[in-house]
Design a binder for this molecule. Structure first.
Ligand code: ADP
Ligand code: MG
Length: 212
């Protein structure tokens, strides 16, 4: 049942594509996002990564694509990176790691939001690495991060582990760089402008979008 799948996915908030304003992120390819919503990438066991500053809509899009996957009948699990690592560490402590890993493995799509906001212990980073690496070419991952790939070493501690991970992760991957202004910030500026404020319009658009 769809409602049950959505509940199990544990999205932090209900955000869908119909409320995503593509005009606010002109360099993000709307056709590409709509194509991802059709789910072929899940069949191909490909990954999606949204990289960009806070407020650029990464969580919104991750949730929308997760919802789309649910509607296609796929199992989805949504975690923040910090939460996922915490759950992995707890499971390990309680000798339940295999059980938890199996649960994760049942999801066709694992969403890992906010990678890079917090760094992990070495053990935590290794557990996350294990989850990501295990999914390679078997199941899809959707990751959002504020960090450029060159800075992922900070999260995964160690250039070798990071290089090995990025090699797998980006092998079959749709990467979207969203480096425009924060949508929240833009909206608040627009509201102030509307009220007669003299703020300059925030129209700097530097977002880039890359595929492959
Ligand atoms: P991020 O995860 O990149 O920090 P969010 O997805 O949380 O950003 O977006 C911040 C807020 O702005 C959310 O309420 C989100 O729904 C909204 N938002 C961001 N970009 C857009 C957009 N292009 N259209 C509509 N709402 C947006
Ligand atoms: Mg977010």
């Amino acid at each position: 049942m769809l409602a049950a799948r959505i509940k199990q996915a544990n999205f932090p908030i209900h955000k869908d594509l119909d409320t995503y304003d593509f005009a606010a992120m002109p360099s993000l390819s709307k056709p590409k996002i709509l194509e991802l919503a059709r789910g072929d990438w899940l069949e191909q066991r490909a990954n999606v990564i949204f990289v960009g500053q806070p407020g650029t809509g990464k969580t919104h899009l991750a949730t929308a694509l997760g919802l789309a996957a649910c509607r296609l009948g796929q199992r989805v699990r949504f975690f923040t990176a910090a939460n996922l690592v915490q759950r992995l560490e707890e499971a390990q402590k309680q000798y339940q790691l295999d059980r938890f890993l199996n649960q994760l493995d049942r999801a066709q799509l694992l969403v890992c939001d906010e990678l890079g906001y917090l760094s992990f212990s070495r053990a935590g980073a290794e557990l996350l690495f294990q989850v990501f690496a295990d999914r390679y070419e078997r199941k899809s991952l959707l990751i959002t991060s504020n960090l450029a790939f060159s800075d992922w070493g900070q999260v995964f501690q160690g250039e070798r582990m990071t290089a090995a991970l990025l090699d797998r992760l980006t092998h079959r991957c749709h990467i979207f760089e969203m480096n425009g202004e924060s949508y929240r910030f833009r909206e608040s500026m627009r509201t102030r402008k509307g009220k007669g404020g003299k703020d300059k319009a925030v129209d700097k658009e530097t977002a880039k979008n890359e595929d492959e």
